[in-house]
Design a protein around this ligand. Structure first.
Ligand code: PBG
Length: 322
């Protein structure tokens, strides 16, 4: 076996898996204000940015050949109905309009996350009904608001809407609402297999979306279940998903592989905040070589079968690949 490992040229010739900037998606957290660039404590190098700063970030991403942006919003006010998620002047809607107006950004696919957790006062991904000590995240009442959010984001310029809430039936509800609103051409990237994961911890700081009570295990999946993940994808495909997103990525490579073997539609994987933060923590201590560890983590996700990767390393990786 070592004959083909002898030189860089030989190794390059027989390399089986490739990374390219165009298959990387960079998440952006939009916040109100101007000139705001606030670093997230648990995610070195990742910032909450106001719309003007987001345009600069996007220009840097486009120059690096990155494929797209995934947009999240931190609204100035939160309420029980998540009004900020579907307001026509909502923070992501404003961001989308500014990004779409800039022709230098035409090479970027603008993906808008569709969820309510950043916009609800209680931090859950849907409408909450409370009954004394107990609470339920109501499925069908949440669908109407998610559909409204998706329509509003498409109208503001989103190239793709990406529901991450994990309510049942949301893909069908969103598809129907988009079609009725004249957004037949807007694809749905469904976070079909999204596990209730401890690795979302730093994101909840970044997006200020930690649930104020309870947890997300009544809607996100149990990390023990791979067959159930396939059922989730089956259902989302049947409801009209154009592509699916798996998440987290690194701890769930077997799930990505299983999905790759079973489904023909485009498959993305989200290397989530905790995966990024734990590598950064090791880099800060000098315990891992940053470039090699970063590229290896991304290559593994590609090798498992993901067509594209959402990653906070997108800019760094694109620089190295460029
Ligand atoms: C919103 C959402 C979350 C992430 C993406 N969309 C957080 C959650 O479900 O609590 C996590 C992404 C990351 O950790 O980087 N529902």
């Amino acid at each position: 076996m070592r004959r083909l490992r002898r030189t860089e040229a030989l190794r390059s010739l027989v390399c089986e898996t490739h990374l390219r900037p165009g298959a990387l998606v960079y998440p952006l957290f939009l916040c109100p204000g101007e000139g705001v660039r606030k670093e997230i404590g648990s995610m070195p190098g990742v910032f909450n940015v106001s719309v003007d700063e987001a345009v600069k970030e996007a220009e840097a991403c486009a120059a690096l050949g990155i494929g797209g942006l995934l947009l999240f919003g931190l609204p100035s006010e939160k309420d029980e109905q998540a009004s900020g998620a579907y307001a026509s002047d909502g923070i992501v809607q404003q961001g989308l309009r500014a990004l779409k107006a800039n022709r230098r950004l035409d090479s970027l696919v603008l993906i808008a996350d569709v969820c309510l957790c950043e916009y609800t006062s209680h931090g859950h991904c849907g409408i909450v009904a409370r009954d004394g000590e107990h609470f339920v995240v109501e499925n069908d009442a949440s669908l109407a608001l998610l559909a409204k959010t998706a329509v509003s984001l498409a109208a503001a310029g989103a190239d793709i809407v990406a529901p991450s809430d994990m309510m049942d039936g949301r893909v069908a509800a969103i598809r129907e609402a988009l079609d009725a609103a004249g957004a037949e051409q807007t694809p749905i990237l469904s976070y079909a297999a999204k596990f209730a994961s401890a690795f979302y911890g730093p994101f909840r700081e970044a997006a200020d979306s930690a649930p104020q009570f309870g947890d997300r295990r009544s809607y996100q999946m149990d990390g023990a279940n791979i067959r159930e993940a396939m059922r989730e994808i089956d259902l989302d495909v049947a409801e009209g998903a154009d592509m699916v997103l798996m998440k987290p990525a690194g701890p769930y490579l077997d799930v990505i592989r299983a999905a790759r073997e079973r489904f023909e539609l485009p498959l993305g994987a989200y290397q989530v905040s905790g995966e990024y933060s734990m590598l950064q923590a090791a880099f800060a201590r000098g315990w891992l070589e940053p470039e090699r560890a970063m590229m290896e983590s991304l290559l593994s996700i590609r090798r498992a079968g993901a067509d594209f990767i959402v990653t906070y390393f997108a800019k760094e990786a694109a620089k190295l690949l460029g």
